[in-house]
Design a protein around this ligand. Structure first.
Ligand code: GDD
Ligand code: MN
Length: 353
């Protein structure tokens, strides 16, 4: 099968030869191995030596200016590959090469876009995670992440694994913002993909030590925040700019002698249209080509905003009269709820990917 096995490496000199030997004994001749290396030791020269004697093509992409760490390296590997499938695995033999044919065969037999080697389906295990603390952290972050992305991770029990295969054509590289270790999460959260899993046993390192540290933990938190809240905060900034523009516009029209209700209506329409244009450009630019056409997006967005503007007044009245919450607090609550609903409506319906 046409596949690039992408292996990110950072100072893995003692592991490379064993890894290539075990991979070449289980894959077809039309596979290739691509090392994307950021090492500061002699890993590149070890890779070149192994490449000269291996049965399958071994290529080395040494990055003189590494960015994005492990995930950035994997993304460069994907960009470089021209094969139908990419398979990503670590260079320290914690991912058994003998699983490679299993993953690819599953990909061939199902219509999956991604085949994930999981430690958390029956038959899998995270035996190689040393220490109870790391295991607790790992399981806790999996639970949190799956709760944050219930749809995209519905069929993935191990979004943190670094061992998976996917159809090259199902991933849009420019959508990825690689940082830290969790490249599978980045791919799954930013696409709607069909996921199938195979169990595997996460082994222990062949040689050397893990590069995971507190810094990686912080990068992971940042990744979660940008995956989940990045779009939402841009949406909020544009909404706030729109509200300011709305007030200025209305003030200008009232100063020109236009009746205030008419001025408010015109300002509302101008704001909705301007917000839509800004959202298209800055908030949902990556989703524009996938679902509805431009006019359908505009019509849905316009109808929603008009309904929202109309519904807020009776809601405010109801809150103040029935619950006797002070009116300013009630207004703040309605605006906050309206913001979240507007965001959900736009990301789920207007820009449904
Ligand atoms: N090119 C490049 N650049 N490779 C890197 C970098 C980097 O900055 N940092 C680490 N790597 C390579 C390592 O050389 C190794 O081949 C692979 O990425 C995984 O790194 P490890 O240091 O062995 O990570 P780990 O064992 O702690 O974490 C692994 O297991 C986790 C699951 O518990 C990784 O697969 C994680 O992605 C996975 O979440
Ligand atoms: Mn490792």
């Amino acid at each position: 099968m046409s596949v690039t096995v992408i292996v990110p490496t950072f100072n893995e000199a003692p592991n490379v030869e064993e890894l290539v030997r075990r991979i070449e004994s289980v894959v077809d001749l039309d596979a290739e191995i691509l090392f994307v290396d950021d090492s500061t030791d002699d890993t590149p020269s070890v890779i070149e030596a192994v490449a000269n004697t291996s049965r399958v093509p071994v290529r080395l992409l040494h990055r003189s200016e590494p960015h994005g760490g492990l995930s950035g390296a994997v993304v460069e590997g994907i960009r470089d590959s021209t094969r139908e499938w990419c398979l990503v695995m670590d260079g320290d033999l914690q991912h058994p090469p003998e699983m490679i044919p299993v993953l690819l065969e599953t990909g061939r037999q199902t219509d999956a876009d991604v085949v994930v080697a999981s430690r958390h389906v029956a038959g899998g295990s995270d035996a190689g995670l040393n220490g109870w603390l790391r295991r607790v952290v790992s399981n806790g972050s999996i639970a949190l992440t799956r709760a944050m992305f219930p749809n995209r991770l519905r069929n993935c029990t191990d979004p943190m694994t670094g061992f998976f295969a996917f159809r090259r054509g199902s991933v849009v590289i420019d959508r990825l913002r690689p940082q830290g270790f969790k490249i599978l999460l980045e791919i799954l959260a930013r696409h709607r993909l069909r996921v199938v899993e195979e169990p595997f046993v996460f082994g222990s390192r062949h040689a050397g030590e893990s590069k995971a540290d507190i810094g990686q933990g912080l990068r992971f938190a940042h990744q979660l925040a940008s995956l989940r809240f990045g779009r939402m905060s841009r949406f909020a900034v544009i909404g706030a700019l729109g509200a300011i523009g709305n007030v200025l516009l209305m003030a200008g029209m009232v100063a020109l002698g236009i009746p205030y209700l008419l001025a408010a209506a015109v300002a509302a329409i101008v704001t909705i249209v301007a917000n839509f244009a800004l959202q298209e450009r800055f908030v949902f630019h990556d989703l524009r080509h996938e679902g509805r056409g431009l006019w359908s997006r505009f019509a849905h967005s316009f109808a929603y905003n008009a309904a929202d503007a109309t519904a807020r007044l009776p809601l405010l009245w109801w809150l103040v009269e029935i619950t006797s919450i002070p009116s300013v607090i009630a207004q703040a609550v309605t605006l906050a709820v309206a913001f979240v609903l507007r965001f959900v409506f736009h990301s789920r319906i207007v820009y449904r990917p």
